[in-house]
Design a protein around this ligand. Structure first.
Ligand SMILES: NC(=O)c1ccc[n+]([C@@H]2O[C@H](COP(=O)([O-])OP(=O)(O)OC[C@H]3O[C@@H](n4cnc5c(N)ncnc54)[C@H](OP(=O)(O)O)[C@@H]3O)[C@@H](O)[C@H]2O)c1
Length: 340
């Protein structure tokens, strides 16, 4: 049994991590932290854990160095880098769910976020997209879990960009459930602000745009425009991507390219012709479903769906931990999506 710790266990990604890890066959939850709720039992805050997980919350600000084989950091950016500096050693692996170590280029991070809190660790971090960097994750001590929107967009586009099929600009239109904004009280997340409406936000300035751009640029030439929208649902991301092809292709050819790229991948499912992803069919699961269609032989529409809290955050984090610790990659993650 490996020991794991969830730092920032009272937020949405922290709670989902605890739920996944509680059912993981090869790990034991040794630590869960919160500053606000230190000393309380996790099951008293979240009764879903009653009778299953009764661990007491330790202060996030406490010294937990070496306490676990793997730490998951579920903190806001900035706090994560500082905690990583404290915990980074030869013994433990760290999976950071924030954006703090997703950018190899410190200045790019600082342009879109804040002054970096542990720049000396940036070269040690691996971008935690198993489908792109599995080999690197195996050796990693510090894994930067990708953002939720980037996961949905990068997985959908990577095969086409890599094959040189994308002619210049692509337009990425993403819609997310409200849990993507975290559990902290914010006016924009209030029920009356979200329900019965549907709106774009951070148009042209969302922080996930540079993350998507820099990852896709490693695979080939492409320029993206990204617009996120807030959907009046709890969880789920649907991303629709439009672009032009460099050479003629039909829909079967597009789906074949995607199928070949993800052959053997346990958590990427390519839809058949005429079937499109739906957030309802990935909820509570680590799947990324991808479908698409070719228009007039020269333009493509690709659609992907993930659960932002699972493949977009905590599930992918467990997948990364499994790889880095040499465990079965799918361990703890085999639950079917739940419908309805
Ligand atoms: N939500 C998503 O869909 C999603 C997807 C991918 C990545 N992420 C990233 O994952 C991280 C966690 O997201 P979340 O949605 O779980 O956030 P959240 O629901 O707002 O939870 C944040 C957690 O961090 C703690 N915290 C807040 N401010 C802190 C500070 N200054 N110092 C120490 N602890 C602090 C809170 O603990 P207390 O109990 O102490 O208040 C809470 O447990 C963020 O960096 C986010 O960008 C989120």
């Amino acid at each position: 049994m490996r020991t794991v710790g969830v730092v920032g266990a009272t937020g949405y990604t922290g709670v989902v991590l605890l739920s996944i890890l509680e059912q993981h066959p090869s790990v034991k939850i040794a630590l869960a932290t919160s500053n606000t709720h230190r000393g309380k039992r996790i099951s008293s805050l979240f009764p879903l854990f009653r009778g299953r997980l009764d661990i007491e919350l330790k202060p996030t600000d406490g010294d937990h160095r070496g306490a676990c084989d793997a730490f998951f950091l579920c903190l806001p950016h900035g706090s994560s880098a500082k905690k990583t500096r404290e915990l980074y050693d030869d013994r433990s692996i760290i999976i950071d769910l924030s954006a703090d170590f997703r950018f190899e280029d410190r200045s790019l991070y600082e342009r879109h976020y804040i002054t970096h809190g542990a720049p000396e660790l940036i070269p040690h971090a691996v971008f935690g997209s198993p489908e792109l960097y599995r080999g690197h994750i195996r050796q990693a001590k510090l894994v930067a879990n990708p953002g939720c929107y980037p996961t949905s967009a990068i997985l959908a586009l990577a095969p086409l960009v890599r094959e040189g099929l994308v002619a210049g600009d692509v337009f990425i239109d993403s819609k997310s459930g409200v849990s993507g904004a975290g559990r902290e009280a914010k006016m924009g997340s209030l029920f009356c602000e979200v329900s019965e409406g549907f709106r774009p936000y951070n148009v042209g300035v969302h922080r996930h745009e540079p993350e998507i751009q820099k990852e896709l640029s490693k695979l080939g030439p492409v320029r993206i425009a990204f617009t996120p929208h807030l959907l009046p649902i709890n969880r789920g991301i649907l991303t629709t991507i439009y672009g032009r092809l460099t050479r003629p292709l039909d829909t079967l050819g597009l789906l074949d390219t995607l199928k070949q790229a993800y052959e053997g991948e346990p958590f990427v499912r390519i839809m058949d012709e005429g079937v499109y992803p739906d957030t309802r069919y990935v909820r509570f699961s680590n799947y990324c479903d991808i479908g698409g269609k070719i228009l007039d032989g020269d333009r493509f529409v690709i659609i992907s769906a993930i659960d932002n809290l699972v493949k977009g955050a905590s599930g992918q984090a467990v997948q990364n931990m499994n790889i880095a610790l040499g465990l079965e990659e799918t361990a703890g993650l085999t639950a079917l999506p739940q419908f309805p």
